[in-house]
Design a protein around this ligand. Structure first.
Ligand SMILES: [Zn+2]
Ligand SMILES: [Zn+2]
Ligand SMILES: [Zn+2]
Length: 173
C-alpha cells in the first residue's frame, strides 16, 4: 500500500489514536496532564494535590482502575486517605471530563482524547482492562432515533464494548 492511497492515509491517522498500539505513552500522559491543568485554570476550579495525584495514577496507563486500587496506591505512597477522599477526587475528575467512569467494570479510566465533554464508544479489554475510545459517530443519532421511536428521552449514550485488545489476542494465540 502506498502512502498516497487514501485508505492507507486514513488507516495511519486512525493508528495514531489507537492506544492499543505501541505509542509514546510518556507524551500521551504528559499531554493529558498539561491539558487538565490548563482547563482547571480556565474554568477556575482547583486541581488539588489529591485530584492531581489520582489523575496521574490513572494516566500511568490506559488501564481502568477501581477506586480501591487507587486508594491502595495512595496508601502505599504514604498518603493516608479514606475512600471518600478518592471518591470525591474521582467525582471531580469525571465532572471535568478528565476521567471516564466505566459502568461495566465499576472502574475509572483517564480520557485519552482531551476533555471535550464527548460521549465516546469504549472498547474495553476484559483480560487486561485497557480501554480505548472511539467516536460514537453515527451511532449517536441511531440511538436517538430508536429512543425517539419509543418516546424515550436519551440522556446518556455510553456504549461499552467488552472484548480482547490486540496484545491479549496475540498472547492468547
Ligand atoms: Zn498513551
Ligand atoms: Zn474520553
Ligand atoms: Zn488486553
Amino acid at each position: 500500500m502506498s502512502v498516497s492511497d487514501p485508505d492507507s492515509v486514513a488507516a495511519l491517522s486512525g493508528e495514531a489514536d489507537n492506544v492499543f498500539r505501541k505509542h509514546d505513552h510518556r507524551k500521551c500522559r504528559a499531554g493529558a496532564m498539561e491539558e487538565a491543568r490548563k482547563l482547571c485554570v480556565a474554568r477556575g476550579v482547583r486541581l488539588t494535590p489529591t485530584r492531581e495525584r489520582v489523575l496521574d495514577i490513572l494516566l500511568e496507563s490506559h488501564q481502568a482502575l477501581g477506586a480501591y486500587d487507587i486508594l491502595e496506591r495512595l496508601h502505599k505512597e504514604g498518603r493516608p486517605g479514606q475512600p471518600p477522599v478518592v471518591y470525591r477526587a474521582l467525582e471531580f475528575l469525571v465532572a471535568q471530563g478528565f476521567v471516564h467512569r466505566l459502568e461495566r467494570l465499576n472502574a475509572f479510566a483517564a480520557c485519552a482524547h482531551g476533555a471535550d465533554g464527548h460521549e465516546p464508544l469504549f472498547l474495553i479489554c476484559s483480560d487486561c482492562r485497557q480501554v480505548a475510545e472511539a467516536p460514537l459517530g453515527a451511532l449517536s443519532a441511531e440511538i436517538d432515533h430508536h429512543a425517539d421511536a419509543l418516546g424515550f428521552s436519551a440522556q446518556s449514550r455510553v456504549v461499552e464494548v467488552l472484548g480482547q485488545c490486540p496484545s491479549c489476542r496475540e498472547a492468547a494465540a
